[in-house]
Design a protein around this ligand. Structure first.
Ligand code: ATP
Ligand code: FE2
Length: 328
């Protein structure tokens, strides 16, 4: 049996996972840097990753009942993300690869979110709505690349939700708290709806909401409900347009915001209307995880890719469509 050890460290999550070459996930361990107020100082997050990386990797091996000498391939997230955090994962991967004479491969985190959806569902050629803290993109495969058909023009939707929750005094992370309150809201307050072509933006809405919160004229429940209805409709609109444009009949969600039940419901309704299928995953595979890093590494390795440890770099800014896809 061939095993891949995946290492994820693009942002707040340090994760490790063992996946077999046939796609069975044997372990998926993570340790998340948290603060009460939210926000991240990259150097502090990197320190966290340095402190936990040994234990997380050991636990991933233990849970999978394998040892380092059983590992055929190590895959690490090489891009995009916070430089200091990426560097910790790459260092760990490189050291283990040298110690164990193990093959090494670096992968793109955003593409991994899509590929884990293809592994875990019957989806063959889906559009990915990737909605996380820092990222908001609609991605699909076309002409040997994963192309971005729509994206945020300013902040990621998760960061927007977190900042709105902070204004309301709900604490961090804000997404789940907004979801909970939104269930009690019924009245839809008109809010700026910002779709520009295939892209979305949240900046104007953020300012508008800040004023509404300060005015104290609105109930928290109603604001949360209206925010969700508005921003999720924006995401679903651009996703639907991308599906129509690419003529694709499958949708996969990814990123922490994809855990939201109302977003999932809206995605399902949109897909049903256009006779497409919306595939949902377990929450552990929406949020940042190392299983998806391991699986994409396996796909790339099987397609003939690997990197020498001394050349195993990171790049905080590589875009999804910079990657040439050799495995499809
Ligand atoms: P990436 O590095 O891929 O951009 P990330 O580091 O921001 O991701 P994720 O774990 O993918 O991390 O997503 C975190 C975000 O998801 C936070 O902004 C959080 O508020 C949001 N979130 C989590 N659960 C929910 C939910 N149920 N509803 C809405 N938002 C949610
Ligand atoms: Fe992510």
């Amino acid at each position: 049996m061939k095993y891949c050890l995946g290492i994820e460290s693009t942002a707040h999550t340090f994760g490790a996972s063992v996946v077999t070459f046939s796609g069975k996930i044997l372990s998926n361990v993570k340790d998340i840097f948290t603060t009460k107020k939210g926000g991240m100082i990259p150097a502090e997050v990197a320190d966290h990753h340095v402190n936990v990386c040994g234990d997380v990797i050991q636990k991933a091996l233990d849970n999978a009942r394998v040892s380092l000498k059983d590992i055929t391939l190590i895959s690490y997230s090489a891009s995009p993300g916070l430089g200091p955090c990426l560097r910790v994962g790459a260092m760990a991967a490189r050291s283990l690869a040298v110690m164990g004479s193990i093959k090494l491969v670096g992968v793109n985190h955003c593409i991994a979110h899509l590929e884990i959806g293809r592994l875990l569902t019957k989806a063959k050629d889906p559009v990915l709505l990737y909605a996380s803290g820092a990222n908001t993109q609609v991605i699909a495969y076309e002409g040997k690349k994963y192309r971005i058909f729509g994206e945020t023009l300013d902040m990621g939707i998760g960061n927007f939700l977190d900042s709105f929750a902070r204004d309301l005094g709900l604490g961090f992370p804000g997404g789940p708290k907004i979801e909970e309150l939104a269930r009690k809201g019924k009245k839809l307050i008109a809010l700026p709806y910002s779709v520009k072509g295939m892209d979305v933006s949240f900046g104007g809405l953020q300012t508008n909401l800040r004023r509404k919160v300060e005015s104290r004229k609105y109930k928290k429940e109603e604001l949360c409900y209206s925010v969700q209805e508005t921003v999720f409709a924006m995401l679903i609109e651009v996703t639907e347009r991308a599906m129509a444009h690419c003529d694709k009949k499958e949708l996969v969600l990814g990123g922490g915001v994809a855990c939201n039940k109302r977003l999932q419901e809206m995605a399902r309704i949109m897909c049903k209307d256009r006779k497409a299928t919306c595939y949902l995953l377990e929450n552990q595979y929406y949020v940042d995880n190392a299983a998806m890093i391991a699986w994409l590494g396996i796909l790339q390795f099987k397609a003939g890719e690997s990197v020498q440890p001394e050349k195993a770099d990171i790049d905080p800014y590589t875009r999804t469509d910079d990657v040439v896809v050799k495995w499809r």
